[in-house]
Design a binder for this molecule. Sequence first.
Ligand code: ZN
Length: 290
Amino acid sequence: MILGALEAGGTKMVCAIGNEQGEVQERISIPTVSPQETMPEMIGFFQKRHIDALGIGCFGPINPVKGTKTYGYITTTPKLAWQNFDIVSTFEKALECPVGFDTDVNASMLGEITFGAARGLDSCIYVTIGTGVGVGVYVNGGLLHGMMHPEAGHILLQRHPADSYGGKCPFHGNCLEGMASGPAIEERWGANGVQLAGCREVWELEAFYIAQACVNYTFVYAPRRIILGGGVMHQEQLFPMIRRQYRELLAGYVHTPELEDLESYIVPCSLEDNQGIMGCLQLAVEALHS
Ligand code: ZN
């Protein structure tokens, strides 16, 4: 079976060919310009490989809810050229094959569930912390959609008493993305995360916000594991700080076997940053079987 995978990002489109074992055989990257310019290039790539199905993990917001009028659309994205663009039907018509569609973070979540750190679990959370913050949610054996996909990167957090930074999110200052994304770190401290790698106070504050978010995810979704990925989480010193502050915030309220061992509860992503593209392959598999 020949599967196509598309990790659709705001700056680049990663198109790949692979199989149902999650093995990627070929991969190219195309700059994200406009549908008029970018779609024909991607369609040409997949047409030449005669794929049986395509899986798309897409930047958002999108509509992943089947049976609704705008299913398969990129909706209110700030990338104006892509606003209200029907990406799923465009591929379906051109490629004449089933197309699976979800958010980029849900695709990463699916990659980790199928091939990686969450294999075999019935519930898990995948958080990516980078330019923005996104959260993929897997519960009761499936990716979570309600009226839309969760936007759990924008949960509102308590500000640290010593933190006067206004927040990077234009909608809500003190949401997780506003307080803890890569651009928030850079604006607050005047240097980027890599340059600040040795500054303990930077990462203790970062962990303060990420730990709060993780506790909220535990309370709301009851996941069996929380996976933290994205560029900011390449700062591995964060993990012990997050686990310590998480334990304090939990305050002994919840007791499960999973929470006994936070080193295997709050973990880094496991597929060397291939979780997204591998999840897209799995979206293609599921589209083929649905
Ligand atoms: Zn926000």
